[in-house]
Design a protein around this ligand. Structure first.
Ligand SMILES: [Cu+2]
Length: 122
């Protein structure tokens, strides 16, 4: 019993030490414009997402959908050339309603991260 407990403890410790630096390397959304839950007076012409590290254009997508799940037609989201931690999606013709931003990116460690948030236009 004692031995098993020791092994389990050792494994948990090893897993925690190994996992910590990897988790920190994951691309993480740190800011966005609009912010999640924002209610805007005017429709945004651009949605920008800022991550904690630069992300790869080839693995970065941003999709905007209406409440009914229909995809808003846009050009492909672009990683900012001057600051590759920022991904921008140009939008036009957004009307009153609630929109969901669905993003997927991969940072330098290649791990794909995804997330969603919504905002509304009055
Ligand atoms: Cu990672």
């Amino acid at each position: 019993m004692k031995t098993i407990q020791k092994i389990v403890t050792a494994c948990v410790f090893a897993a925690a030490t190994l996992a910590a630096p990897l988790a920190m390397a994951h691309a993480k959304l740190t800011a966005s414009n609009p912010t999640p839950g924002a209610v805007l007076e005017t429709a945004p012409a651009e949605i920008s997402l800022t991550f904690n590290e630069k992300v790869e254009q080839a693995f970065s997508t941003v999709t905007l959908t209406y409440t009914d799940g229909k995809v808003v037609e846009t050009e492909k989201a672009k990683v900012d050339a001057a600051n590759p931690a920022i991904v921008r999606l140009q939008t036009k013709g957004l009307t009153t309603g609630t929109y969901t931003v669905k993003w997927a990116v991969a940072g330098h460690d290649g791990h794909r991260r995804t997330g969603t948030f919504s905002f509304s236009v009055k």
